[in-house]
Design a protein around this ligand. Structure first.
Ligand code: ADP
Length: 294
């Protein structure tokens, strides 16, 4: 993937010397970057994300994440065309997904594909059956540590919950801090190790999937790492639920595994903490209610 010193250079290199951007339509939905559907002077389209120059790393990590998803062969993901910075802004130029009409069975197909992705070989992303990823990345704008660990539970405690709890410490009174400590000590009794490590999308809320031109699911905006597959399923139930066909497709019609509901709350505590750290005290109530639940 080539890196460019300006968006104009990137557009010329990818689309042709005399091609430039003639239209930009802002897209809602993202919390972190400015996102645009762009029209080129020859009528073609592309999708552009921009941020400040010092956040170029967001885009470098997003490229690696999209590559990892693509390598599993389970999902369509947009092709990355170019990225770079002009010193003021950083940018990521990619294929625009032109949304089609959802095929019948869209959500069960989505669930089946996710189960295929979770079963895919992920030894390329972290060695020796460990949990983590070949580099740290971001969950939204939150820094996400991916230091490999042999134990999933250890990974989740050390590199998911603990860094977010440290960042959020100012929100907690001494009693809440004691409850949090107690919860961290009991993780081994609540969580379970997976049968095998799985590549996770990592940020699988409903806004990070969309129907592509083929009417099937495409995935965007990942925060990939190798972990317990239930953490991805849990995130689909953070703000809302996907239609039940998704879960039927994923679990092959079987019920959610025993104890999943408790584990789900714990996995989603990571995301509530991240929201608390990124967006402020409006999310404190969610964090406190999960901690009190245990
Ligand atoms: P952020 O990194 O700020 O979270 P997203 O990647 O979620 O931004 O993108 C914001 C919105 O733009 C998405 O919700 C989606 O609707 C749309 N979008 C993202 N990527 C594409 C793409 N490649 N083609 C078309 N639309 C896209």
């Amino acid at each position: 993937m080539n890196k460019y010193d300006s968006l104009d250079d990137a557009v010329s290199a990818v689309f042709g010397d005399d091609i430039r951007i003639i239209g930009k339509t802002a897209c809602a939905g993202g919390d972190i970057n400015r996102a645009y559907a762009v029209t080129l002077s020859d009528g073609r389209n592309a999708f552009l994300k921009e941020n400040s120059a010092d956040n170029l790393d967001f885009f470098e990590k997003e490229i690696t994440g999209l590559d990892a998803l693509r390598k599993t062969g389970a999902f369509s993901v947009p092709e990355v065309l170019a990225y770079g910075t002009d010193g003021v802004n950083s940018f990521l130029l990619m294929e625009q997904i032109l949304p089609g009409k959802r095929i019948q069975g869209y959500y069960s197909d989505f669930g089946r594909r996710l189960s295929i992705m979770h079963k895919a070989d992920c030894s390329e992303f972290v060695k020796d059956g460990k949990f983590g990823f070949l580099q740290d990345n971001y969950i939204g704008a939150g820094y996400q540590y991916n230091t490999p660990e042999e134990s999933w539970i250890e990974f989740f405690r050390e590199h998911r919950l603990l860094p977010q709890i440290k960042r959020a410490e100012r929100y907690f009174d001494p009693l809440m801090l004691r409850k949090i400590d107690h919860l961290l000590e009991r993780l081994d009794f609540i969580l379970i190790e997976p049968d095998k490590p799985a590549l996770l999308h990592g940020d699988l809320w409903s806004g990070n999937q969309m129907p592509g031109p083929d009417g099937r699911v495409w995935l965007i905006d990942p925060a990939v790492y190798v972990g317990h597959p239930e953490a991805d399923i849990a995130m689909t139930e953070l703000f809302d639920y996907l239609p039940e066909e998704f879960y039927d497709g994923y679990f092959g019609g079987a019920n959610r595994p025993y104890g999943y509901k408790d584990r789900k709350n714990l996995y989603n505590l990571y995301h509530w903490l991240n929201h608390l750290n990124l967006f402020g005290s409006g999310y404190l109530g969610f964090v406190v209610s999960v901690v009190n639940f245990f």
